[in-house]
Structures are given as structure tokens and as C-alpha cells.
Design a protein. Structure first.
Length: 419
């Protein structure tokens, strides 16, 4: 572990973690100033072991030497070469006696109103310049306002351990999302769990195309079957867009007509019709996605993590899908039975959220883009007291588009919500 020595006046201490090792006196040991030891101990006693303290680089003295402002004072410190004046980071107190020893802990993703970019986070934490590290930080900064160094390193280690078990066609970004999710849920990265979650994460890229393919094939079916299959999508083509009906589309409630129940019925039928066989194939893919997503959400509820679900809408007679992530605490905070729900293996996020959107709809004919729809959805969720933590979709080339970025937040709402 790398170290650095900090000195205020004649007080000496060690900070450990991501910073270069130096020492005063013989053989690199800490240098003491006898008549100052009592004062030093009293000064360091203001901090507690395990405490996270804020530090700011207030000036660069020379190469690997800078001023570091801590809650107990400003020190000169030998630090890593990548640090710059103005950098801010958090340090964990490891020891306070006989010397102050701290460990580089984390960095905030924002300075006042300015977002800290990925490269800056990596530089301040002195993380390796590695593509996997870069992608992990990218995911973490969308989920939290603080990036913990050890979380990044542990997630990278887990990814490198499981990568050889997957073929080269597996999207590494999907594995990264799963590894970060399991880390947040305090669940060991087990191959069987990762494989069970992979269909759902990959399905975020393909679900829109599968739904449009389902509709295309349904259009070719005999009139009665066609009308029945297409009826579940009718809500997306009307002037008033009902959120509740969009959520009902993915419900597993066997008492209502939903895409899930229809897919299950389609798979159970024996047929030699080529169109129907293709419809069965698409239905199986859709079901695999939702079974995997359901597994994700069950783990999320058990670990008080973030559940994910799809929200669909229609632009120019084509289905689009955004993925929404919400903290489970916001879903269940008013529900006294939330603990029981978290143990229910039949838990379905769509059924729970649907109840919160009864009789609420939007003027759907105002939607002209995915971004505009996303802005209104966020506003609607805020109205009912639920904050969306992640909101994104995948474009035609499979690129994830973040819909909670600053440029989207600055657009004005243009739709009316009717209750």
C-alpha cells in the first residue's frame, strides 16, 4: 500500500492509500519532535478511527508535494504525481495514535454544480488507466454521488475473474452492470447468478426490437388472433397515454391479458405455421428477458437495492422502450407489508408500481422524441414522490443513451398530466 507523510508545523502523520511512501529520519521511519508529541496527540484525538474525513488540495509546492486541508488543519504532504490543486477527496481514518494514518477512500462525483468526469475521478483516486476501470467508474457515477476506490478495484477484480467463462460475443458492459449490482447488494459474484441476470440486462438492448417484431408478426395472423394480440398495445396509440396500462403490459397476473400471459399461451400451442413458429420464438425471448429481470428485482428487494422495469411508448407507430431504475425503499416506504413482499419469490415490480399510477395519464400526442417522453416521466414520478435513479434507452446501434444528463434536465416540460 502506498503512503505519504503530512506535516503541519512540526507535527508528523502518515496517510495511507494511493499515495507515495516517504518518511523522515533513518530508514524511512516517521520523524518525531519530542516536545511536540503531547500537542500532536491532542490534535489527532479530534478524529475517530473509521471516520471518513474530507480533504482538499489547496496548493502544489513541487513535484509530489502539496498542501492538504483536513478538518484538523492544513498540512504539507508528499502525494501521487497525478494530484492537482483544487482536487477534493475523502480519506478514512485508520489510526490516530501514535500517528495519524488515513486511507484514500472516495471522491465525490460533483464539485458544487459541476459534474466530475470519469478521467478526473480515476486520476484523483490514482486508479489504473484501464478500460475496465473506466467503464466501472462510468456505471458507478450514474448510481451514486460518491465513488469509493475499493469498490472500483473489487468490481474490476470480479470482472477479470469471470471473463474467461464467457465467449467473446458477450457484451462486457452487461457483465459490468451485473458486477456493480451484486457489489451494491453485497452478493458474491457467482457465475450461476451472473448467467441468470444476463438475459435481463442484455434484454434492455433488444426488448424494443422484440416488441416491434411481435406486433409485426401479430399483424400477419388470422383476424381474430391478430385483434386479440394487438389489443394489449392499443393504449400506446391513443391520445391519452395511461401509465397504468403500460405497466400492466408486463404484469404476470394471470387474471389479466398482458404480454407475459400471451407469450406463455403462444409457447404452449403446437403449430406448423411458419409465422406462428416465429412468433413463438420471439415470445420465448421476451419471456427469458422478463424472467431474468424478475430475478434481478427479487434480489434488489431482498438487498434494498434498485429495481428496474421497462416503460414503453409509441412514436410514429413504432414502439420505443426506456429502462427505469428506482430505489426499492421509495416503492415500499408506505407499505407495512413491504418486508413480506421482499420475501415473495413471485414479486413483480410492474404490479406494485402500477397501483401508484391508477387513473393517471399523459397527452400522448405531444410526444415527438424519446427525450421529451423521458422528461415528462421523470416529472410525473416526482409528482408522486418517487425519484428515478436511472433512466436510459438503447439506440439503433446498441449505444446506451442516458436520459438523466444535464442537457435533458434543462429542457422545459411541455405535456399535461391528468389525474
Amino acid at each position: 500500500m502506498w503512503n505519504f507523510v503530512i506535516v503541519e508545523m512540526e507535527f508528523t502523520a502518515t496517510i495511507d492509500g494511493g499515495l507515495k511512501s516517504v518518511g523522515g529520519g533513518m530508514n524511512g521511519q516517521i520523524q518525531y519532535f519530542g516536545n511536540r508529541q503531547v500537542a500532536k496527540k491532542i490534535r489527532f484525538a479530534a478524529l475517530r478511527v473509521g471516520e471518513i474525513v474530507f480533504g482538499e488540495i489547496t496548493g502544489i509546492i513541487q513535484n509530489e508535494l502539496a498542501y492538504v486541508k483536513l478538518p484538523i488543519g492544513t498540512f504539507s504532504a508528499v502525494i501521487h504525481k497525478r494530484i492537482r490543486q483544487g482536487d477534493q477527496l475523502y480519506l478514512k481514518v485508520e489510526e490516530v495514535s501514535p500517528d495519524l494514518i488515513l486511507k484514500v477512500h472516495s471522491v465525490s462525483t460533483k464539485y458544487t454544480d459541476n459534474a466530475l468526469n470519469i478521467s478526473e475521478i480515476i486520476r484523483i483516486l490514482d486508479l489504473p488507466d484501464d478500460e475496465i476501470i473506466y467503464d466501472i467508474v462510468d456505471i458507478l457515477r450514474k448510481e451514486s454521488n460518491r465513488i469509493v476506490k475499493n469498490d472500483v478495484l473489487l468490481t474490476a477484480k470480479n470482472i477479470y475473474n469471470i471473463l474467461p467463462s464467457f465467449d467473446k460475443n458477450t457484451n462486457i458492459d452487461d457483465l459490468l452492470k451485473i458486477a456493480v449490482f451484486l457489489k451494491n447488494a453485497n452478493i458474491d459474484v457467482d457465475l450461476s447468478i451472473v448467467r441468470s441476470l444476463l438475459d435481463g440486462v442484455y434484454g434492455e438492448r433488444t426488448i424494443a426490437n422484440l416488441l416491434n417484431k411481435f406486433i409485426e408478426l401479430a399483424e400477419k395472423m388470422p383476424i381474430n388472433s391478430k385483434n386479440k394480440l394487438l389489443s394489449i398495445f392499443e393504449f400506446s396509440n391513443t391520445k391519452y397515454f395511461y401509465i397504468e396500462k403500460s405497466l400492466q403490459l408486463f404484469s404476470d397476473n394471470k387474471d389479466i391479458d398482458s404480454l407475459i400471459t400471451f407469450c406463455q399461451k403462444i409457447i404452449s400451442i403446437t403449430s406448423t405455421n411458419n409465422t406462428f413458429l416465429e412468433l413463438q420464438k420471439v415470445s420465448k425471448q421476451i419471456l427469458r428477458i422478463f424472467e431474468s429481470q424478475s430475478f434481478w428485482n427479487n434480489l434488489a428487494v431482498d438487498s434494498k437495492n434498485k429495481i428496474k422495469y421497462f416503460q414503453i411508448f409509441n412514436i410514429d407507430h413504432r414502439i420505443f422502450v426506456v429502462t427505469i431504475a428506482i430505489n426499492t425503499g421509495q416503492i415500499f416506504f408506505q407499505n407495512k407489508k413491504s418486508h413480506d413482499l421482499s420475501k415473495n419469490i413471485e414479486f413483480n415490480a410492474y404490479n406494485v408500481i402500477k397501483d401508484k399510477f391508477k387513473n393517471i395519464h399523459l397527452f400522448a400526442d405531444s410526444f415527438s422524441s424519446i427525450e421529451e417522453f423521458a422528461i415528462e416521466i421523470r416529472s410525473l414520478f416526482n409528482t408522486i414522490g418517487i425519484e428515478i435513479s436511472s433512466l436510459y434507452y438503447y439506440d439503433e446501434i446498441g449505444q446506451e443513451i442516458d436520459l438523466i444528463s444535464r442537457e435533458f434536465q434543462q429542457l422545459n416540460n411541455k405535456f399535461s398530466v391528468v389525474v
